[in-house]
Design a protein around this ligand. Structure first.
Ligand code: GLU
Length: 478
């Protein structure tokens, strides 16, 4: 770490600085600014689990940033980097994220200080169940009060254990499944949750490129087709974003940065092949001799059109911000750009699509899952066949026309088959997510373009989110 990084504020301070920058442009009632900024509570638990013949002590956190809406929502992270400052920063971001994408939740976040790669599945299950027990007995896991989800180092498997642990402790709670989201589909989950955050990044970029003015502000032109993208972190979020953008939007993934180095290829990398390689070998090294760069972080500074940091917080900081060339950065991770780096990049004219919007796809689909659990029915179950029979009426009429007009008119290709099919759960989830990402972007860009004192999307996002949180406090009489 060089000297300049030492001057960097902590992650939580960084989030607070960005918050302060936005509230300075707002007119909030006295005292409300502080009430919104502070983290309401952070529970720290230390618990022991007997493993391999001895007792191992673990430290876990669940931080609740704002309860202006309940339940509060946010993932549980498993990483050695977890600490109070980090969970509080992440909980605050959840408050603003939920407000921005209009999911009816307050903000929370949890973490366990653990390297999950050091434990086998059986051990992880015991540790997770014990952590879940500690949180659930204090209502820090509860369908009406606090609903965790996956985050870095956790996934469907951990969420299924948490749901089961809660159900064992609350045998008469008919809504028990709604105590956590991100569960596997066979255990009360929803289709499309695993891909949701990456899918949201794709929808966010698609929406950005629908606005020529915004594209121009980033010194770019045209569409996503052919754009050169560097992705940092090929975990769940980075992988899905890179896969969808390259397979469906014609973008070229020219760089992939991982823990052990980076791959760089101007002609574009095969995302699925790199993903398979990492799964087998634990890193990118050896994937292709030519494009390997040992100092992975240096690739953040390579020429490209779009940079997608999708791993840790603080990777773009005072030490490298002025060398980052990408004209457009989309923050798929939480907090990848520090407040100091944000200032530097803003002054340089870099357009940043901020984390609280860019990675909100996860919590959006979590919201759909929670609603599904509370309503105890899969989306589309009631209307799918009814939709199909109404479509059939139109098809029958068109077929009559077809017969009548002979060769002069006919239905194109597989129109009949495509039109007839009613939407299944996955299609409905994607449609709801796309709609959410479009609406939230438009709310942000409205502030960005209509206020002279707002020159970036992050400040605009904070203003939209804080206004909504403030309105909710006001409605409560606070
Ligand atoms: N951990 C994800 C996030 O940071 C998802 C949270 C959720 O679904 O509640 O947004």
């Amino acid at each position: 770490m060089d000297g300049s990084i030492a001057n960097e504020p902590s992650f939580r301070e960084s989030v607070d600085l960005m918050f302060n920058h936005a509230v300075a442009l707002m007119d909030l009632p006295p005292g409300l600014e502080d009430k919104i900024r502070v983290c309401n509570s952070t529970y720290v638990v230390r618990f022991g689990v007997k493993l391999r013949g001895s007792i191992h002590t673990f430290t876990g956190y669940r931080s609740v940033h704002s309860e202006h809406m309940e339940p509060v929502k946010g993932g549980i992270r498993y990483s050695m980097g977890v600490n109070q400052d980090e969970v509080e920063a992440l909980a605050a971001l959840m408050t603003y994220k939920c407000a921005l994408v209009e999911t009816p939740f307050g903000g929370s976040k949890g973490g366990l200080c653990i390297d999950p790669r050091e434990y086998d599945e059986d051990e992880l299950e015991r540790i997770t169940r014990r952590f879940a027990y500690e949180l659930a007995k204090r209502d820090l896991i509860d369908p009406a009060q606090n609903v965790p989800a996956p985050d870095m180092g956790t996934g469907e498997r951990e969420m299924a254990w948490i749901a089961d642990q809660y159900a064992r402790m609350n045998t008469t709670d008919i809504n028990a499944k709604a105590c956590v989201t991100g569960k596997p589909p066979h255990a009360g989950g929803i289709q499309g949750r695993v891909e949701a955050t990456g899918r949201g990044v794709q929808y966010a970029l698609q929406e950005f490129f629908r606005h020529a003015d915004d594209v121009k502000a980033a010194n770019l032109s045209g569409t996503l087709d052919g754009k050169r993208i560097i992705v940092q972190g090929l975990g769940n979020v980075g992988y899905h974003a890179a896969k969808f953008l390259s397979e469906e939007d014609g973008a070229k993934i020219t760089g992939i940065i991982e823990r052990d180095g980076a791959l760089f290829d101007e002609d574009g990398l095969d995302v699925a092949a790199v993903h398979d390689w990492i799964a087998k070998h634990g890193g990118v090294k050896g994937f292709s001799a030519s494009g390997y760069v040992e100092n992975g972080a240096s690739v953040l500074e390579n020429d490209c059109d779009i940079l997608i940091p999708a791993a840790l917080e603080g990777v773009i900081n005072l030490s490298n911000a002025d060398r980052v060339k990408a004209p457009l950065i989309i923050e798929a991770a939480n907090g990848p750009v520090t407040a100091g780096a944000d200032d530097i990049l803003r002054k340089k004219g870099t357009v940043i699509i901020p984390d609280m919007y860019a990675n909100a796809g996860g919590v959006t689909v979590s919201y759909f899952e929670w609603v599904k659990n509370l309503s105890h029915i899969r989306f589309g179950r009631m209307q799918r066949r009814q939709e199909e029979s109404r479509h059939m009426l139109i098809i029958n009429e068109l077929e009559r026309l077809d017969e009548h007009l002979g060769d002069a008119w006919s239905m194109t290709g597989n129109f009949k088959e495509k039109y007839l099919r009613g939407a299944d759960e996955l299609e409905l989830v994607r449609s709801g997510l796309d709609d959410t990402m479009r609406a939230a972007y438009q709310a942000m860009r409205h502030v960005w373009h209509t206020r002279d004192d707002v020159s970036d999307l992050r400040t605009a996002a904070y203003i939209v989110a804080i206004e909504r949180v403030a309105a909710s406090y006001k409605a409560k009489g606070l």
